[in-house]
Every structure is written in structure tokens, then in C-alpha cells.
Design a protein around this ligand. Structure first.
Ligand code: PMP
Ligand code: GLU
Length: 392
């Protein structure tokens, strides 16, 4: 009865593991959820107030498909202020989360058989979206534990069929961040292949601890070929309000607008009004969250280093995940359960220690486990203590 498309689509494991954790919680089990990539902070009051005002001012009708003009102006101003990028309002499309922005772009550009280069580890949904568009994901594995591919590796993966490159920095799930020089090297390679479009997923832009990740569209010659994706979910703790956006050439923006016009129409109008406020205020207003994430990152690394089987390299420079190599547990029996892969370990941690994480195979790195530290310090301490008493 179901279509081949849906039958071949994997379940999103970030969403799936979090749903399993919620099921257990509903049964009364005290689960600590370190699986979801979502800040545990409340939305800042000045943003909440803008949403309340929007309701009281009767924002209740469909918005234009590509978003309210005032929001697109705020996004344009944000791009100039934070990224030194010039985008006009007709180059911007607001969507129901960055997830929809990315799928709009992939569905608008990929023909069956087109290849999309996806460096690993990658956010779960990229390859599933490429499959939906009947494209072919070409995964490129970093050669070292930096979790970053090199320009040479990028060039080796390019073929006549390459249509797109997915970039994501800071990266989900590894937290790695590309530097300006690394992006310059990529752009030098891409200059030779003018037909390749780049999606630069910058959703973790503000969550970086060492240096600001550059926008790929700023690299020489890349502006017209880059689709810049961002949103308010991570930086403003607005995950459930579902506002994301992309900026691209007029032609691509128009195509994404057309796609969205047939699928979902304009994003939630109240959340759009709140997003205007979130984006026009300076990023310094949300610095306190980033500072707290850094404390938590250092805390979880210190605690997990006490567990021999969790191999961590340099602290990740961005996002709010750590991605240790846990392969030393493979082939071992723990609490009567044989651990063959990262999914087995993640299930054991959930079912016995009641800590929800996401197995690395979901991100193309089967030896690793993603742990989100967007949780309170108490929960982090408690979770690591539970993992430690299970595994040591
Ligand atoms: N890109 C990356 C790398 C992500 O981790 C996520 C998950 N939040 C998204 C895009 C989608 O974000 P949202 O749809 O919540 O805006
Ligand atoms: N992006 C977040 C994550 O990676 C939220 C879940 C999802 O949309 O995949 O956990």
C-alpha cells in the first residue's frame, strides 16, 4: 500500500531516539534526554512579548508564502550585520524551520541521478532528503579525527554528475568548525566546477567558542552559487516555533518559493513576528546561552574522560554536541547484551541507564555516539554518572 519512496526512507534517528525517550518518560521512567539537538533555555522575554503582541494585534491570516516583508527585511539586515552578505528581500524565503528550507532547495535543484557530496559526519536528514529527490548521496569521510574533510578530498569526490555540495559549520553532530582558510581552499576547488551549487547550513552560527565560522557565500566567486540556510531554532531556543530561512540567487529563491507554495505555504505568522524581534536585536543579547553551553561542554568532556571507552579528541569548537568514538565497546557483552554497533550501545544506555543519545551511524560515523549537552549541568552530571556505573 505505501509508496516505494516512503518504504525506502529511514526514520530520522534524532527524532526517533527522542520519541523513544519521551515514551519511556510517559511510562514514568526517569530518562535524561541528551538526544535532541535543542537548547533547554526558555525563549528570551523580549521575543515572547513580540509573539504575544502579534496575537493581540490579530496576526492570524496566511502570511505571504515566502514570509512577511518585515521579516525578510530583518533577515537581510541580519545577513549584512553578522555575515557581511548582501541579500535583497526577493532572494530570501522564510520556511517552517531550516529543515524545510533545506528540503525546498534540494527538491528544487536535484534531478534523479544527480550526485550530492555530503561530508561525514552529517546531519541525519541531508541524505534522506537527497533520497526523496531521487538524487545520490556521495559521502566523503574525513581522514583524521578532526571530523573535517580536506579540499583534496572534496575534489576527488567530484564527478560529471555532481550537482551539489552540503556544508554545515558548526557541524551537527561533531561540533567541528571550518576556518576561513579551509573554506578558501574549498572555494578554489569549486571555482573549477562552476555547475556545483553549495548549500551552506549555518544554523549553529552563533554557537561557537573559538572563532566565528565564515559564511560560505563570502568566499571568492561563491555568492551566486551558494544557498545560505539559517534559522532561529538554535540561537534563540525557538525550536518548536519552526522558523528557518534561506537566501540565494533570485532564481533559486523563486523556485523554493514555488515549491513551498504547493507544500506548506507561509510559515506560522505569530512565530514570524517573534522572529523579527529575535533577528533585529544584536546577537550580544543571546551570548549568555553560548557562554553556558561552553561551561557545559567543558564539564561533559571532563566527566566523560573518566570513562575509558569514550574517546574524545580536541573539544569541539561549536554547536552543542560531543561525538566520542565508542567502538572499543563493540564485540563486548554488557549486562547480557552483545554490543555490535553504536545503535546497540545507544539502546543499552537508554534502556538500562535511562540516558538518551543518538548512535553515530545515523550521521554516517558508525564508531561514534552523539551526546547533546544542551541540558542542565545537573542533568549532564547525573547522565554521565549513570553511564559510568553501567559501563565501568
Ligand atoms: N540543520 C542542522 C545541522 C540541524 O541540526 C537542524 C536541526 N535543528 C536543522 C538544520 C533544522 O533546524 P530547524 O528545522 O529546527 O530550523
Ligand atoms: N536537528 C536536531 C537534532 O539533530 C533536532 C531533530 C531533527 O530535526 O533532526 O537533534
Amino acid at each position: 500500500m505505501l509508496s516505494d519512496k516512503i518504504n525506502s526512507l529511514p526514520i530520522s534517528q534524532t527524532v526517533g531516539m527522542t520519541a523513544k525517550a519521551h515514551d519511556l518518560k510517559n511510562k514514568g521512567v526517569d530518562v535524561i534526554t541528551l538526544s535532541a539537538g535543542e537548547p533547554d533555555f526558555n525563549i528570551p522575554d523580549y521575543i515572547k512579548d513580540a509573539a504575544i503582541d502579534a496575537i493581540n494585534n490579530n496576526f492570524h491570516k496566511y502570511s505571504p508564502v515566502d514570509g512577511f516583508l518585515e521579516l525578510k527585511k530583518a533577515i537581510s539586515t541580519k545577513f549584512k550585520r553578522d555575515n557581511n552578505l548582501d541579500y535583497n528581500v526577493d532572494q530570501i524565503v522564510v520556511s517552517t524551520g531550516a529543515k524545510q528550507s533545506i528540503v525546498n532547495a534540494i527538491m528544487s535543484l536535484i534531478n534523479p541521478g544527480d550526485e550530492v557530496i555530503i561530508p561525514t559526519p552529517y546531519w541525519v536528514s541531508y541524505s534522506a532528503m537527497v533520497t526523496l529527490a531521487e538524487g545520490v548521496s556521495v559521502f566523503v569521510n574525513p581522514k583524521d579525527s578532526s571530523h573535517k574533510i580536506t579540499a583534496n578530498q572534496l575534489e576527488s569526490a567530484i564527478t560529471d554528475r555532481t550537482k551539489m555540495l552540503m556544508l554545515n559549520s558548526p557541524n551537527n553532530p561533531s561540533g567541528s568548525v571550518f576556518s576561513n582558510d579551509e573554506y578558501l581552499e574549498f572555494s578554489k576547488v569549486l571555482e573549477k566546477y562552476p555547475n556545483i551549487i553549495i548549500i551552506s547550513d549555518e544554523i549553529y552560527e552563533h554557537i561557537n567558542y573559538d572563532f566565528k565560522t565564515p559564511s560560505f557565500a563570502c568566499m571568492p566567486g561563491m555568492y551566486d552559487r551558494t544557498i545560505t540556510v539559517n534559522g532561529v531554532s538554535k540561537a534563540f531556543a525557538m525550536t518548536g516555533w519552526r522558523i528557518g530561512y534561506l537566501a540565494a540567487s533570485k532564481k533559486i529563491a523563486k523556485a523554493c518559493n514555488k515549491m513551498q507554495g504547493q507544500i506548506t505555504s507561509g510559515a506560522n505568522c505569530i512565530a514570524q513576528q517573534a522572529a523579527i524581534k529575535a533577528l533585529i536585536e544584536p546577537p550580544s543579547k543571546i551570548k549568555y546561552m553560548v557562554e553556558e553551553f561552553k561551561v557545559r561542554r567543558d564539564l561533559i568532556i571532563k566527566l566523560l574522560n573518566q570513562i575509558e571507552g569514550f574517546k574524545l579528541d580536541d573539544p569541539p569548537s561549536g554547536a552543542f554536541y560531543i561525538f566520542p568514538d565508542i567502538s572499543s565497546y563493540f564485540g563486548k557483552e554488557i549486562k547480557g547484551k552483545m554490543i555490535e554497533n553504536s545503535s546497540d550501545l545507544a539502546m543499552l544506555l537508554l534502556e538500562v541507564a535511562h540516558v538518551a543519545t543518538v548512535p553515530g551511524d545515523a550521521f554516517g560515523s558508525p564508531n561514534c555516539l552523539r551526546i547533546s549537552y544542551a541540558a542542565s549541568r545537573e542533568n549532564i552530571k547525573d547522565a554521565v554518572e549513570r553511564i559510568k556505573s553501567l559501563l565501568t
